[in-house]
Design a protein around this ligand. Structure first.
Ligand code: PLP
Length: 456
């Protein structure tokens, strides 16, 4: 029998290779064999003993209902209305909520109706429930990508799936050196210059509020002003990835966006990280323009159908606690942040003390960049070889910089995105995820790296 003939773009997608897949595959096996193996590769959050209030109880209740009813039905494709309202009230960024409420006030006045009633009847129109943050980002980019405008501007150091999501929706990322690990934004003119050759082809700007892999977050108003200038001069919609919303350390907060920018913003959120439920696949989109949320109705129908129903019920139960037991919610959020901040501090301190390597304190999220000395990389051949060897013989899994760095270059017929070579200094680092590493194992991971280096 002849083989099925696959089109060229499909074959190209299948040929994509990434150290992340290799590392995770090895780590899964090795951590099963060796209880001392430390997994710092998976971008998940797990804080033993801490679980979002209301969630587990709801799952139990749903399970019991399913047993008696013998079925689980659909919700509407863009999520249960009750859930959308709770997301509006308790999850979306405060400034966006304020902007939408302002719009409601105007509209209610014009129509001569009661504001509270108008708000209650309309808030769900500005939210859609998605299949995780990934589903939110996929929907958001597909709102704006067209044949003429097929580029999405991103920071050149970004979550690998941003590239994949844009690519699989027919677009291409346009990476620029926008923001460094410390949350410092590049000179706006230099960024605008890099965008100039393709200015008319940029469909949107995908910006991560708290970055994966380096935890970069803007907490300084002067840096935020630079970012705002870039966004305003480009005049494109902002797709704001808030996957690590409010996970900022040292008592700081991410800088808010101005109403001008927020009017052109689609917020993409997820509960995977903050609620430690990545497998439940729940995220959301929110926008001042209700057409964007409405688009998700069609996007979900064509990509995934409605988000899973048991998790939607769990999230409803959790978000209701904001109203019935706000102290429990504050306690959960505080304890979670304290736990990951403590892990971050141990990591930075121990890497310096035991390995003698300087590394920066990430501003938020669950990741840190550990820069690797050039001579070490040279000895192993390249950073990917070092990373894989560390998994095989060192008992620690982290991800090398090759996974998160994107650049663009011109070709005969346009531009292409590429990743710097694994021998390049730009990728000579490890992304260490301390979200999944319990507090008492962060130092163990550093000890493992040290032993690995000594024994090599
Ligand atoms: C920056 C960023 N955005 C979005 C997501 C999406 O998360 P999920 O689709 O698992 O909800 C992730 C997950 O790692 C992420 O790191």
């Amino acid at each position: 029998m002849t083989e099925i003939k696959l089109p060229e773009p499909t074959v190209k997608t299948l040929s994509k290779k990434s150290t992340i897949t290799l590392v995770a595959g090895k780590a899964r096996v090795l951590s099963g064999q060796d209880p001392d193996f430390v997994r710092a590769d998976i971008g998940e959050l797990c804080a033993p003993g801490l679980f979002p209030p209301g969630y587990k109880e709801s799952l139990e209740e749903t399970a019991a209902t399913v047993m008696t009813e013998g079925r689980i039905g659909y919700t509407v494709p863009d999520g249960d209305n009750a859930l959308k309202k709770l997301i509006f009230k308790h999850s979306i960024p405060d400034e966006l909520q304020a902007l939408i409420l302002e719009k409601f006030e105007d509209e209610a006045k014009k129509q001569g109706v009661d504001f509270e009633k108008y708000k209650e009847d309309n808030m769900q129109k500005h939210v859609a429930v998605t299949h995780g943050g990934t589903g939110a980002l996929g929907a958001a980019v597909s709102v704006f990508l067209t044949d003429q405008k097929n580029l999405i501007l991103v920071n050149q150091r970004t979550w690998q799936n941003h590239n994949l999501i844009v690519d699989m929706h027919g677009g291409m990322i346009w990476p620029v050196p926008l923001i460094d690990e410390q949350g410092r934004v590049a000179d706006p003119d230099s960024i605008l210059k890099l965008c100039h050759p393709v200015k008319d082809r940029i469909a949107g700007f995908l910006y991560t509020l708290i970055n994966n892999p380096d935890g970069a977050v803007i907490t300084d108003p002067a840096e935020q002003a630079k970012l705002e200038r870039i966004i305003k001069e480009l005049g494109v919609p902002l797709i704001l990835d808030v996957a690590y919303h409010r996970m900022v350390f040292n008592g700081k907060e991410a800088q808010p966006f101005s109403p001008d920018v927020l009017r052109q913003t689609v917020v993409c959120g997820t509960y995977s990280k903050t609620l430690q439920i990545p497998g439940e696949r729940l995220g959301y989109i929110s926008c001042l323009d209700p057409r964007v949320a409405r688009f998700v109705y069609f996007y979900n129908r064509s990509h995934s159908g409605c988000p899973s129903v048991s998790p939607q019920r769990g999230l409803i139960a959790h978000l209701k606690k904001y109203e019935t037991a706000p102290d429990e919610i504050t306690d959960y959020n505080k304890k979670l942040l304290k736990e990951i901040e403590a892990r971050r501090n141990i990591l930075v301190e121990k890497v310096k003390e035991k390995l003698g390597w300087e590394m920066k304190h990430p501003g938020g999220a669950i990741y840190a960049i550990i820069p690797l000395p050039a001579d070490l990389i040279k000895e192993f051949g390249d950073v990917d070889k070092f990373t894989l060897d560390l998994v095989d013989r060192g008992g620690v899994s982290a991800i090398s910089g090759t996974v998160f760095e994107f650049r663009v270059r011109s070709t005969n017929n346009g531009y292409e995105v590429y990743t710097p070579l694994p021998t390049s200094p730009e990728v000579a680092y490890l992304r260490f995820c301390y979200g999944f590493t319990p507090l008492d194992r962060v130092e163990l991971a550093v000890d493992h790296i040290k032993n690995f280096l000594v024994a090599r």
